[in-house]
Ligand binder design. Structure first.
Ligand SMILES: Nc1ncnc2c1ncn2[C@@H]1O[C@H](COP(=O)(O)OP(=O)(O)OP(=O)(O)O)[C@@H](O)[C@H]1O
Length: 601
């Protein structure tokens, strides 16, 4: 356990680091020697003069003395020193740590890990990353988020209160305005009456003597106000006067109430503003914490990808499986004694071939797919993956890749299942990654590449720059749901048939290549990945001599042979780690180049 560095020590003066490092003061320091007490033993560190390693340092704290420091192994660069007064190890602040050479060196660890993935991390971030542990960060983040939630609720409440008060003020102001208007009308009325009173009194004095009473005058005035030419009684005038007086009282009361309400509201607004300010500060702290967790997440995500890739590489970047076709009419010439070996039993000599996995005649589409499914994850992770079916005409390549004829989707093969798996993965990762997918479909016939997703099947050129190979103007159909794949496969297959008829050939005399591009955008880090899944149903591999083909068929067979031989040469070169891999010997291998070499699967 370490104690945190007390903040008040900062105010006692700057920490002197460089001056005392390695200086004589270190040994003469007041608290310099690491104690042999239980604390020191607990962390199993010996610090003594003469035995310096790069994890040792010296710190001079004004007012405290000179101390030796040490960086502990199990927390890569937490600098600590033993304070005899506290009888404890004190963790030095990160700002100080960053000044030391060893911390600078350790600080480069993060960028190394992240190199080529997310740009360089700042040294400070990287050090924080190494000091903090993921769970602690997550707990901190949760606490900060809860705080933020509570503050948001409080702000909402204050806003509601504020709105209520505003409406109250509006009501009171309206009432005030009405009362004011009524008061002014009444006052005007009274003034009119008072102006007319002497005239009325005079006229009454003329007829009934000079001692006219005030009550009579008021009555006359009231009568005049009523514009009925009738006289107004003193009582009525008094009533009127009292009414005005009480109204004035109400008016004053309302004014004071409004004033109180206004004061209350402005106090609440100030409170609200302060809350908002605090919330903003709290928001920036949370942002920082989120950024730290994001950094950790990046590292975790990268590590997961690297580990998964390592696992796939350990299983083999190139894997070969054999499926023996279920054929009852012909004499069986192949047997699968176990799940790795295939024995040819036709003819006189038996031969045994070994594969990564061999499937017997009763194998299902699902079983076959299960061995290739793990590499689909690699494609979603941004690697290039290719799956191809190779074999003689009629050996079951199309059945395995697409499905049974004429209704392949009744028991779909590797193609559809692989794309479905990609959809599943994308849906599973939707909270962290946004995926988009495109599909292209081409066939290679007599060394010409045809775009099968265009209405007017068109020949396309292959262009390569460095290790990048592109098909110029190829149709790329976006796919977002299962129906899109079926539609694209349907369109491509029927176009292939039409093209084959035009060329007076058979569709199985060409290589069918399905290219699925998967682009992923990490929603947390913004990192983009691009993986391709290439699915090939190769043309039949029979030898020209055996088929007895002539003329155009011979030329066709020669092209197929050439490309399949090139494919064999490429695999041989990759297996032997040769410097030169002859990708450009055929259109097929050239097109597949990004999906065969490097870290492709
Ligand atoms: N494992 C299997 N189970 C049942 N039927 C199969 C199996 N494999 C192939 N078939 C059937 O055998 C026939 C030939 O298979 P498919 O067309 O797949 O061979 P292919 O190797 O693609 O031939 P091509 O080179 O001519 O395209 C088809 O009718 C197919 O449905």
């Amino acid at each position: 356990e370490w104690l945190e560095f007390p903040l008040e020590w900062y105010s006692e003066g700057a920490l002197e680091v460089d001056d005392v490092l390695g200086g004589s003061e270190a040994s003469a320091g007041q608290g310099g020697e690491a104690p042999s007490g239980s604390n020191a033993q607990a962390v199993n560190v010996e610090i003594s003069e003469g035995k310096k390693d790069e994890r040792e340092g010296v710190i001079k704290i004004p007012g405290k003395g000179v101390f030796q420091t040490y960086i502990f192994e199990h927390r890569r660069n937490v600098h600590c020193y033993y304070d005899p007064d506290e009888s404890a190890w004190i963790k030095l602040p990160l700002k100080w740590e960053l000044k030391t050479d060893v911390a600078k060196k350790l600080g480069t660890y993060g960028p190394e890990v992240a190199a080529g993935f997310e740009g360089a991390l700042s040294r400070e971030k990287s050090i924080i990353m190494q000091n903090e542990n993921y769970d602690e960060m997550a707990a901190k983040l949760t606490t900060a988020e809860r705080k933020l939630e509570r503050r948001e609720v409080r702000v909402k409440k204050l806003e509601e209160e504020n709105n209520y008060l505003k409406s109250k003020i509006a009501e009171v102001e309206e009432l005030l305005a009405t009362t004011k208007a009524e008061c002014s009308a009444t006052i005007a009325q009274v003034e009119v009456l008072q102006r007319e009173r002497p005239v009325t009194a005079k006229s009454r004095g003329g007829s009934g003597g000079g001692g006219a009473s005030a009550a009579a005058a008021a009555a006359v005035a009231a009568a005049a106000a009523a514009q009925t030419q009738e006289t107004i009684s003193k009582d009525e005038l008094k009533k009127l006067y009292d009414g005005v007086k009480s109204m004035h009282k109400v008016y004053l009361q309302l004014v004071s109430e409004t004033k109180t309400q206004k004061e209350f509201t402005s106090k609440k607004i100030t409170e609200l503003k302060e809350s908002m300010k605090r919330l903003k500060q709290c928001g920036s702290v949370t942002e920082e914490q989120i950024e730290e967790v994001r950094t950790l997440y990046r590292r975790e995500a990268l590590q997961r990808k690297l580990l998964y890739n390592q696992l796939q590489e350990l299983r083999g970047n190139i894997r070969v499986f054999c499926r023996v076709r279920n054929e009852t009419s012909a004499k069986m010439s192949l047997a699968t004694p176990n799940d790795q070996d295939v024995v040819t039993v036709g003819g006189n000599d038996k031969k045994m071939f070994q594969f990564d996995r061999a499937f017997g005649v009763n194998s299902t589409q699902d079983e076959v797919y299960s061995v290739v499914s793990p590499i689909i994850t690699s494609c979603a992770d941004g690697y290039n993956v290719s799956i191809m079916a190779y074999g003689q005409t009629g050996s079951g390549k199309t059945y395995t890749m697409l499905g049974p004829s004429p209704n392949p989707f009744s028991n779909p093969g590797v193609n559809v299942r692989a794309i479905q798996e990609l959809f599943r993965l994308c849906a599973e990762r939707k909270d962290t990654t946004d995926y988009t997918m495109h599909i292209s479909m081409v066939e290679i016939y007599n060394e010409c590449i045809q775009d099968l997703l265009r209405k007017d099947v068109k020949q396309v050129d292959l262009r390569s720059t460095g290790t990048k190979v592109t098909l110029v103007d190829i149709t790329e159909q976006p796919i977002g749901k299962e129906k899109d794949i079926l539609d694209a496969l349907d369109q491509g297959t029927s176009n292939r048939k039409v093209a084959a008829t035009k060329m007076n050939s058979q569709s199985s005399r060409s290589h069918l290549v399905l290219i699925l591009t998967v682009i992923g955008k990490d929603l947390v880090t913004g990192t983009r990945t691009k993986g391709t899944l290439t699915l090939c149903d190769l043309a039949g591999s029979e030898r020209v001599g055996k088929t007895g083909a002539t003329g155009e068929q011979l030329a066709e067979a020669a092209f197929i042979n050439k490309s399949l031989t090139s494919l064999g040469q490429v695999f041989a070169a990759l297996r032997d780690n040769q410097l030169h891999v002859p990708y450009r010997n055929s259109k097929l291998t050239h097109l597949l180049m990004p999906s065969l070499g490097g870290d492709a699967k």
